[in-house]
Design a protein around this ligand. Structure first.
Ligand code: GTQ
Length: 350
């Protein structure tokens, strides 16, 4: 509002506002600029969680509480600017989950969708909607909305992964449901590999099926295949100045994003490669699958190593510089924003 008003006018307005309050009304003109900003101004801060800092604390939590008792033994990655809100970005929850040998994270289901990105351990498994999959380093695994799921570890070392969930989005819509199963593990109805065979082999079932609703029926995108695709793709192109070599995880049923609310993709950079600045309306979580380098986001620069987790907030300029060959696993709410017609991005001139 116009700051050139007299003290008398200001007092008159304050008196008027005071009479609006009891009737649960308020003057728009005092808050319009915040409600309808000229451009996004994220409340989230850019940040990097180093795996070397996360790991010892996560293992310590393993001695403090069992996976059974905790239900999910997870250290939440809280954005430093959003303490206590269980958010890594404005709209995405992230956490690091530990399963020790022989443990079970008991079966439950919920309307928030989850993704897992495997950091450590070769003998962890997750069961989703009646099918089990072994989880290996770099695998991208999906737990669709409302699918029963439990996790276990049949090896002799810790299994650790990054969880990404759309919890803040579901909470925004006040649409969250969740429930426990009547047993620690839910019933398996298909052999391991069934989803990959039917949906992930450039083949699809002849009759229409809807295995996981709006979510991809492939629920484990193995790193071995992803890495091979990136290696070959990187050889066959001049890398894009902003995207380097980036491939997105797709739902084979429609070619769209693998999950309805969370977009996920992988970026490959060769040693020394640097991307030009870009920004987008989705706050991005970046997990370092391989390599070392630096992320600059919102004017801050973070050095990263393998298994670190970084955040670039909405509409903050970001760029990456690879010190060694890098693979970055990224996710955001972009798939939801695109459906709502909200997504925008801007790329610097090159
Ligand atoms: O594995 O089901 O990090 O329900 C947070 C909530 C993981 C899970 C989280 C969850 C899960």
């Amino acid at each position: 509002m116009d700051a050139s008003i007299t003290p008398e006018q200001a007092a008159e307005r304050e008196e008027f506002y005071g009479r609006l309050t009891p009737g649960h009304m308020a003057p728009l003109w005092e808050v319009l600029k915040d409600l309808v900003p000229p451009e996004p101004k994220s409340k989230a801060a850019p940040h990097c969680w180093h795996y070397k800092d996360i790991r010892p604390l996560l293992l310590e939590s393993g001695a403090l509480v069992t996976a059974e008792e905790a239900e999910r033994r997870v250290l939440i990655l809280e954005n430093p600017a959003l303490p206590g809100q269980s958010r890594a970005t404005g709209t995405i929850y992230a956490g690091v989950q530990l399963i020790l040998p022989g443990e079970t994270a008991p079966a439950h289901r919920h309307t928030p969708s989850a993704l897992r990105f495997l950091m450590e351990g070769e003998a962890g498994f997750t069961a989703v909607g009646g099918e089990r999959t072994t989880m290996r380093k770099g695998d991208f695994i999906i737990t669709p909305s409302w699918a029963w799921h439990d996790h276990g570890n049949e090896g002799d070392g810790p299994v650790v992964w990054l969880d990404g969930l759309d919890i803040p989005i579901v909470a925004f819509y006040e649409a969250g449901f969740g429930e426990g199963y009547n047993d620690a593990r839910h019933s398996l109805v298909r052999p391991e590999g069934d989803s990959m065979a039917r949906f992930g082999s450039d083949l699809l079932p002849m009759d229409p099926v809807e295995r996981y609703g709006k979510t991809s029926p492939i629920f484990n995108y193995p790193y071995e295949r992803t890495r091979e695709a990136l290696t070959v793709a990187a050889k066959g192109e001049v890398p894009d100045p902003h995207l380097a070599t980036t491939l997105r995880y797709a739902n084979p049923m429609d070619g769209g994003w693998a999950m309805p609310t969370i977009a996920s993709w992988v970026t490959y950079l060769s040693a020394g490669q640097e991307t030009a600045r870009m920004r987008s309306t989705d706050g991005v979580v970046i997990a370092v699958a391989e390599g070392t380098g630096q992320l600059t986001a919102g004017g801050e620069t973070f050095s990263f190593w393998q298994d670190d987790v970084l955040v670039a907030p909405s509409w903050a300029w970001r760029s990456v510089k690879a010190s060694s060959e890098c693979v970055l696993f990224c996710f955001s709410d972009r798939s939801a924003q695109e459906k709502l017609g909200l997504f925008r991005e801007e790329r610097s001139a090159v």
